[in-house]
Design a protein around this ligand. Structure first.
Ligand code: MG
Length: 274
């Protein structure tokens, strides 16, 4: 069975305890939930932090607290900070990078996001990419639109990011890319043309989490992503019993495609991390 990097996106910026009481909010809850997901096979943790009132936060000290706990309890697990945020200010969104996680997300363009707009002007994502390079943090390129692949290529040409980044396709956000395997083929072809050698994964939001995972695995993805950030349900009938529950489901879907969760060491090699 081939190894596949299973990312667990533990919290996100949308889901609340009212949606699923197992959504981890405090750093202590986040560390505990990540540890359970790690034991279930996740090799990479994608981290957003919240305030005590559950609202999205960019507090670097919260990021640091979660990272420290993961480093202590989940040996070799890859820590990835989210640099998404409510506004385009790269200083605010990149403040967490001072704590030098292994990776950070980098969205290379703006996109409609539900009824709002996820703003990523070129000056903003370029500055975030430069900050990642300065701190030795590997970017994961978050692709919400075809243009984001072209923008990532420009960052490569300008020396802001390395030539073989990890690319993540995001499907199923309302008013952004719909979940469609034909669309995934187009995104993948364009990535292979513009960023040859890039590793990639794809994930779907809500009820599209499992179908998109299957499409990605069938196309040879190096990574899949699950977790309560993207989906709070195990099935139509019941809520997920925490992030580990979703990681176990991801491992089952991997097995259906001749794959298994990569160990953290395997994942680091596959994503070319130190
Ligand atoms: Mg995120």
């Amino acid at each position: 069975m081939r190894p596949v990097v299973v990312t667990v996106a533990i919290t996100g910026s949308v889901a609340r305890k009212a949606d699923n009481p197992t959504v981890p909010i405090t750093p202590a809850e986040q560390i505990e939930s990540t540890h359970a997901a790690y034991e279930a096979g996740a090799a990479l943790a994608h981290i957003h932090v919240r305030g005590d009132d559950e609202s999205p936060s960019l507090d670097p000290e919260r990021f640091q607290a979660v990272q420290a706990g993961i480093r202590r309890h989940c040996p070799n697990m890859i820590v990835q900070f989210s640099t998404s945020g409510a506004g385009p200010d790269p200083l605010e969104r990149g403040a967490c990078l001072i704590h030098r996680p292994d990776m950070a997300s980098l969205t290379t363009g703006s996109v409609n996001f539900g009824d709002g707009v996820y703003e990523n002007p070129a000056a903003s994502f370029t500055a975030l990419g430069q900050r990642m390079r300065a701190e030795g943090v590997s970017p994961e390129i978050e692709v919400f639109d075809l243009t984001h692949i072209h923008n990532a290529r420009r960052l490569v040409d300008e020396g802001v990011i390395g030539p073989e980044p990890h690319v993540q396709f995001v499907m199923g956000i309302r008013n952004a890319l719909p979940p469609d395997p034909h669309l995934l083929d187009i995104l993948l072809a364009e990535t292979r043309r513009l960023l040859p050698g890039a590793t990639w994964g794809a994930f779907g939001i809500g009820r599209f989490q499992s179908p998109v995972m299957g499409w990605a695995l069938a196309r040879g993805a190096q990574g899949v992503r699950t977790g309560l950030e993207d989906n709070v349900r195990r099935s139509k009938e019941r809520l997920a019993d925490g992030n580990a529950d979703l990681v176990r489901l991801a491992a089952e879907i991997c097995a259906e495609h001749g794959a298994r969760p990569a160990t953290p060491a395997e994942a680091r090699a596959m994503l070319r991390l130190g």
